[in-house]
Design a protein around this ligand. Structure first.
Ligand code: ZN
Length: 151
C-alpha cells in the first residue's frame, strides 16, 4: 500500500511540475473561472466543444497548490475527446472518489489516473483543491458566467 501511495505521489508531483494542456485556448467556445479561497487556488478552464457535444479541446491555466494543478492537468487528459455527458459522469465519479463517498458513482467508469488523487479524502481541506478544476469545468459546460467558488 505504501508503494502505491508513493507512486500516486509521484504522479501528482509530475503533473504539478509539468502540467498537461496548460495555457489558454484561442478558439475556446466555453470558459469558466474557479477560485478556492481556502488555499488560494485559482484557475481558468477553456473548452472547445463541437456540434456533437464532444470536448475536442480542453486546457487550463492559473496558479495553485500541487493538488489543484495536478488535478486540473489529469482532468484535461481524461476528458479530451469525450462527450459533455461523459464529463458529467466523470465529475460525479471524481467528487465521490475525492470525498470517499464511493458508492454513489458508476463503478464501470474507468477512472484511470484520477485514482491517484484518492488520498485527498483524508484531508478535508485538500478535497476542495482537488475538485476545483472539476467544478470549474462543469460551470464552463453549463455556460455559467459566475466564477466558481468552493466556499
Ligand atoms: Zn490548494
Amino acid at each position: 500500500m505504501s508503494d502505491l501511495r508513493e507512486l500516486y505521489q509521484e504522479v501528482i508531483m509530475d503533473h504539478n511540475r509539468s502540467p498537461r494542456n496548460y495555457g489558454s485556448l484561442e478558439d475556446a467556445n466555453r470558459t469558466a473561472e474557479g477560485f478556492n479561497p481556502l488555499c488560494g487556488d485559482q484557475l481558468q478552464v477553456y473548452l472547445y466543444v463541437n456540434n456533437d457535444a464532444i470536448i475536442e479541446e480542453v486546457r487550463f491555466e492559473g496558479k495553485g497548490c500541487a493538488i489543484s494543478t495536478a488535478s486540473a492537468s489529469i482532468m484535461t487528459e481524461t476528458l479530451r475527446g469525450r462527450s459533455a455527458e461523459d464529463a458529467e459522469r466523470y465529475f460525479q465519479a471524481f467528487c465521490a472518489l475525492a470525498t470517499g463517498d464511493g458508492e454513489t458513482f458508476d463503478q464501470n467508469l474507468d477512472l484511470g489516473k484520477l485514482e491517484v488523487l484518492n488520498g485527498v479524502r483524508e484531508y478535508p481541506a485538500r478535497v476542495k483543491c482537488a475538485t476545483l478544476a472539476w467544478h470549474t469545468l462543469r460551470a464552463a459546460l453549463r455556460g455559467d458566467k459566475t466564477p466558481v467558488k468552493t466556499e
